[in-house]
Design a protein around this ligand. Structure first.
Ligand SMILES: Cc1ncc(COP(=O)(O)O)c(C=O)c1O
Length: 484
């Protein structure tokens, strides 16, 4: 059984995996029930024995790369280890067997955990109210922008139709604003990679509904003039949104609510170690200042005395953004993580995330150009521009890393750095892991000088070598065809 064979290719007629007893129920009548044209006895299913089935699926699972298999420095995605206690506690039958329509009196434990998570998020972010409904970071952004829109409409500012997005913001920010019907105005970063205050000031006027700012930004830099920026935006009558997906860098050290932001979202998978789950389902809670609370989605979880209940309170709510109450299973995992770390633990998490990123940056910045080579936060953006002069691109470096057993970093993002290699080690990696990765990156930098072809043809030890990724995405082959 070779690694690139499909299960169909080692099928052998008559071979079975499990012997079933003869059916003692007559199949007569199936034709009448289903219509004889719909009966099939010629399905070309593979005929294999049990051990081959087990080996097939085990082989497939091993072909998949995950944070449980190895280092995953995918910048902007915060691929940190998910402690198994999160899984264990969120899977307790009292949580996992609950029905969404079960009476509140029988769901007090789950409601208590959701309420607690809302309270922890308020304490961590410095905001007054939280919704747990959004199912991803981008949906959190969408929720908050709809909240802003409603607020503007309610306060006679509905004519505001522009959202400003600095060019160091995450790509979902302009997409969200456009989805909410806003026009986008992009402002450039200054030479230090942070918001250019003059450009922002010039862009602000009474047509601007909001500014969406990612902090720390996608260059891995903290926007140090944030209080000034927030004041400037408010003076222009606009609101300011914090894309707080990078909160892993600042927990316990900085609260966006304190510096003047009106709303933010968190990515529970990035900050609170819940599974990414192949892009979803996730959870992107939104936190807002008190004056925006009436517009949040309903229901929220509230408490009266010792009783928890689903609060459908506000008539100004933008409505639901998710069926039922959000992705509770993910919220529970985040709740376990917050409780198991505690306040000091979360502060420590951020400290180590920043330390690990700065360690990598300092060790790699001779071999690779780092355009903003000051202290970074939880991630940094290097560039393969030196290697490009030798004919080696960021893509070649990323593919070669696979040969060394690593998941590649994010490449070609953010767009403002040419040949970007965006590296985020996270706090969950040991110094030994970081050192091995550094060694691989330095070896690759040397290969770019001495043997560039080994990079051009990488990866060398994967079942499928270098793909035409555009064709793979646009015209995926999803069906087995025995004719080839
Ligand atoms: C800074 C930032 N903002 C927004 C998002 C979007 O989050 P999601 O992929 O959960 O929609 C991400 C994703 O990782 C992110 O890194």
């Amino acid at each position: 059984m070779s690694v690139d064979q499909t299960i169909f290719e080692y099928s052998s007629p008559g071979r079975v995996g499990v012997a079933l007893p003869e059916s003692d129920v007559s199949s007569a009548g199936a034709g009448e029930l289903l219509g004889s044209d719909n009966l099939r006895d010629d399905l070309p299913l593979p005929e294999v024995n049990q051990v081959d089935v087990i080996r097939h699926f085990t082989k497939l699972s091993l072909a998949n790369y995950s944070v449980d298999r190895g280092f995953y420095p995918l910048g902007s995605c915060t691929m940190k280890y998910n402690p198994k206690i999160n899984e264990e506690l969120a899977s307790l039958p009292g949580f996992s067997e609950l029905h969404p329509y079960q009476d509140e009196s029988q769901a007090q434990g789950t409601l208590a955990a959701m309420y607690a998570t809302q309270e922890y998020i308020k304490a961590i972010t410095g905001f007054d109210a939280v919704t747990l409904q959004p199912a991803a970071g981008a949906q959190g952004e969408f929720t908050a922008m709809m909240v802003f829109k409603k607020h503007h409409e309610k306060t006679g500012q509905g004519h505001r139709h522009i959202v400003i997005v600095p060019d160091s913001s995450h790509g979902t920010n302009p997409a969200t604003a456009a989805r909410c019907g806003y026009g986008i105005k992009k402002t450039p970063s200054g030479p230090d990679g942070r918001v250019d205050l003059d450009a922002l000031k010039e862009a602000l006027n009474d047509e601007v509904a909001a500014v969406m700012l990612t902090n720390p930004n996608t260059l891995g830099l903290f926007e140090s003039q944030i209080a000034e920026i927030c004041a400037m935006v408010h003076d222009a009558g606009a609101l300011i949104y914090c894309d707080g997906a990078n909160m892993n860098a600042v927990m316990g050290w900085y609260r966006p609510g304190d510096s003047g932001f009106d709303a933010m979202h968190l990515n529970l998978h990035k900050t609170f170690s819940t599974p990414h789950g192949g892009g979803g389902p996730g959870s992107g809670p939104v936190a807002v200042k008190g004056f925006l609370a009436p517009y949040l989605p309903v229901p929220n979880v509230n408490k009266q005395g010792e009783r928890y209940f689903l609060d459908y309170g506000s008539r100004d709510s933008i409505g639901r953004v998710h069926g039922y109450y959000g992705n509770i299973a993910i919220v529970l995992r985040a709740c376990v993580y917050i409780l198991s770390q505690g306040g000091d633990g979360l502060k420590n998490v951020s400290e180590n995330a920043v330390l690990n990123a700065n360690y990598l940056m300092s060790k790699l910045s001779d071999a690779y150009e780092v355009p903003h080579n000051t202290r970074c936060m939880h991630e940094f953006v290097a560039s393969a521009s030196k290697q490009k002069e030798l004919g080696v691109k960021a893509l070649d470096i990323a593919k070669r890393l696979i040969d060394f057993g690593y998941h590649p970093p994010t490449i070609y993002f953010p767009l403002i750095v040419p040949e970007a290699l965006m590296i985020e080690p996270t706090e969950t990696e040991s110094i030994e892991t970081l050192d091995s990765f550094i060694e691989a990156m330095l070896t690759i930098a040397r290969e770019a000088e001495t043997d560039p072809d080994i990079l051009h043809s990488a990866p060398h030890n994967t079942p499928v070598r270098r793909l035409d990724e555009a064709t793979a995405a646009r015209k995926p082959v999803l069906q087995y065809n025995p004719e080839g």
